[in-house]
Design a protein around this ligand. Structure first.
Ligand SMILES: C[S@@+](CC[C@H](N)C(=O)[O-])C[C@H]1O[C@@H](n2cnc3c(N)ncnc32)[C@H](O)[C@@H]1O
Length: 158
């Protein structure tokens, strides 16, 4: 099975959607570098309601069936990860998704909505992959990217 890390997601709906897709595709665990504290909001009524909403509606209950491992120090985690580390980049110099050969235990990184992946992380990647655009829009939403890439990786490894 492949693995995935959500690298500093900024929006709870996107993060939830990726958790939902990961569980849908049978992943038992997902790593999250929760730099923006989406999973540990302040303990007030609105935040608690948001978290319930996240579990029940946005992840459609998926959050109850997948382990979420929160990564505090992503660079150390990445350096110690045993498989290959694959960045998803909005960069035409990366390998096109259709040409990319996934392997079991690959860890796929998905960047944050505004900034993408941090340079420190990009520097320790084993490879990078991108989905080429046909239209004029420069990039995809990160949660859409997640679905496309995980689907393709699992199909190739089946
Ligand atoms: C909206 S993009 C980030 C945009 C940022 N300005 C950049 O250039 O990285 C958020 C994340 O979605 C993923 N992504 C979006 N479009 C992609 C594409 N065409 N190919 C590969 N990954 C993509 C990547 O993980 C990226 O870090």
């Amino acid at each position: 099975m492949i693995n995935a890390i959500l690298y500093a997601p900024e929006y709870r709906p996107n993060m939830s959607s990726m958790i939902r897709s990961a569980e849908f595709y049978g992943m038992k665990k997902i790593y999250i570098y929760d730099k923006n504290n989406l999973l540990s909001p302040p303990n007030n009524k609105t935040s608690r309601a948001d978290m319930n909403h996240l579990a029940r509606v946005w992840t459609a209950g998926a959050i109850n069936h997948i382990e979420i491992e929160i990564i505090k120090d992503p660079i150390t985690f990445l350096k110690n990860y045993k498989g290959r580390k694959i960045a998803t980049l909005v960069n035409e110099e990366s390998t096109e998704l259709n040409q990319f050969k996934f392997q079991e235990n690959d860890l796929i990184l998905f960047g944050s909505e505004k900034e993408g992946l941090e340079q420190d992380a990009i520097e320790i990647m084993d490879a990078s992959v991108y989905i080429p655009a046909i239209g004029h829009t420069p990039c995809l939403n990160v949660a859409v990217t997640f679905g496309v890439i995980v689907h393709q990786a699992l199909r190739a490894l089946a």
